[in-house]
Design a protein around this ligand. Sequence first.
Ligand code: IPE
Ligand code: IPE
Ligand code: MG
Length: 248
Amino acid sequence: MGEHLKIPPEKIPQHVAIIMDGNGRWALSRGLPRLAGHRAGTENLRRIIRASVEFGVKYLTIYAFSTENWGRPPEEVKGLMHIFEDVIDRELAELHKEGVQLRHIGRLERLAPKLHKKVLDAVELTKDNDRLVLNVAFNYGGRDEIVYAIQRIVESGIPAEDVNAELVSQYLFTAGVPDPDLVIRTSGELRISNFLIWQTAYSEWYITPTYWPDFNKEEFRRALEDYARRDRRFGGVSAAVDNKVHAS
Ligand code: IPE
Ligand code: IPE
Ligand code: MG
């Protein structure tokens, strides 16, 4: 079928994070309203979640609504809230059955109480699932996350000399989740847009011009294969070079 991964299991990224961008332009290019693009985007999301399970990705983080997205026209914001609620209503049972653990990153407080509760219930229902952890970044901003972490560190009275990178990580929404190995951004934009600014310090990037609703399993597979060929050095030297130096 040509869909099977030609990647050894140890080269599959454990954590993939996706900036699902380009829904609006996808719709515009078809003469449709932007919200039709968002709906098509959620249809695609369910395909990519299933592909993640199939490919053996353990953590998938998706950027669904940023702290900056509140600045969009009120009708679009309202529409996005509805779509999120709808997705939970329609997909939760199936996701639960498939062993997906849902988590939320970002702030729930600003969401309508009904949606807020739906998210908490979904998180509670799926908390023991372990096939795939799906982090939904909704009302998420990287700077907001760091500010919130600092506030809580200060409040808890931790002495300054005990503050280190590990401690900060524990105060982020992603506490306990390994950093993303691979970040995918669709629609060709070359920016981070306030997504996981702390956690992606050493992530690999895959940027594609494809709009999110068209980013299919086949392209996802290509992204993972591309990742598998990368040489992650984390500021050191490549393993191949290192072996050679030690051998001489
Ligand atoms: C991404 O698509 C979805 C959200 C930000 C909610 P956009 O809505 O940003 O689509 P473009 O970038 O305008 O095409
Ligand atoms: C990033 O996309 C946020 C999400 C995908 C939810 P945006 O479309 O909001 O980002 P900018 O405005 O192009 O940077
Ligand atoms: Mg966009």
